[in-house]
Design a protein around this ligand. Structure first.
Ligand SMILES: Nc1ncnc2c1ncn2[C@@H]1O[C@H](COP(=O)(O)OP(=O)(O)OP(=O)(O)O)[C@@H](O)[C@H]1O
Length: 249
């Protein structure tokens, strides 16, 4: 087993994954993600983006290959250890909003913090702060069923950011939003990541979204086919500038 490079927060080597029906999902994907980096995983529909995020985050174990998080081998962990890792260090945004219907909106957004042992009052304050930034602060006492689909997705994004995870996995996070809302939500997400040092792995088939990242890895048929680096940015103001430029195209 070869140890990963020190400056990679996440590192994968030769990942192979087959779905239950035997169809290939990943065929030898290797990549490293540096601390604080925003990495876009791009590619057409069905190219393996979601499967790669699921393997990198330990949601599903790869059939073969290695995944390391901060020099800890994730591929040798059992299901309980992977679940703890995801709860304590990772955030996840699905392409469609999934909330607990019995809880109100702020309780949903505060849930990962409370699961990490943060008290209800502090968790609520953090959840409300992120909900305000995502323009759903006024929905705090409603239940998910009372919100629009797009509002529910904003709550999911607030829920993922509130604990300031080490790594945020975002799988087509703006898919349920109206086109006009993409820019605001993506800017909130990338600005939050840069100001809080959150590493982001962002699956997208949209070139404008990928342009917000520091680097893009392109997948095709479960293989990495291309890596594109954007010029380095030197500070938060310039990072936000990149977001603004990219989204104004
Ligand atoms: N549970 C499953 N069982 C069988 N095949 C699957 C399963 N999940 C995904 N696939 C197939 O594996 C391939 C990769 O799927 P994956 O969802 O990782 O791609 P993707 O790039 O994220 O696509 P999309 O943009 O549509 O979400 C596709 O051909 C898909 O149909």
């Amino acid at each position: 087993m070869v140890a990963p490079p020190d400056n990679d927060v996440l590192w994968a080597r030769a990942l192979h994954f087959r779905h239950d029906d035997g169809s290939p999902g990943l065929s030898g994907v290797s990549l490293g993600v540096r601390e604080g980096e925003i990495l876009a995983v791009s590619g057409p529909r069905g190219s393996g983006k979601s499967t790669l995020l699921r393997c990198l985050s330990g949601l599903v174990p790869a059939d073969d290959g290695e995944v390391w998080f901060n020099s800890v081998p994730v591929h040798t962990m059992g299901p309980a250890a992977r679940e703890r890792l995801r709860r304590d260090r990772f955030g996840w945004i699905d392409p469609a909003p999934v909330l607990v219907p019995e809880l109100n909106v702020w309780e949903n957004a505060a849930l990962p913090l409370m699961l990490r042992g943060i008290g209800r009052r502090r968790a609520k304050a953090a959840a409300l702060e992120w909900m305000e930034r995502l323009d759903v602060g006024d929905r705090a006492r409603k239940h998910p069923v009372e919100l629009t689909h797009a509002e529910r997705q904003r709550v999911c994004i607030a829920r993922a950011l509130a604990p300031a995870p080490s790594v945020l996995f975002a799988d087509e996070p703006t898919a349920p939003l109206h086109r006009g809302d993409h820019a605001h939500v993506l800017r909130t997400l990338t600005t939050a990541a840069r100001s809080h040092g959150i590493t982001v792995v962002l699956a997208t088939h949209d070139a404008r979204t990928a342009a917000l990242a520091d680097r893009t890895v392109s997948l095709l048929d479960g293989r990495c086919v291309r890596t594109v680096h954007l010029p380095p940015v030197s500070g938060p103001a310039e990072s936000e500038g990149r977001a603004a430029c990219s989204l104004s195209v």
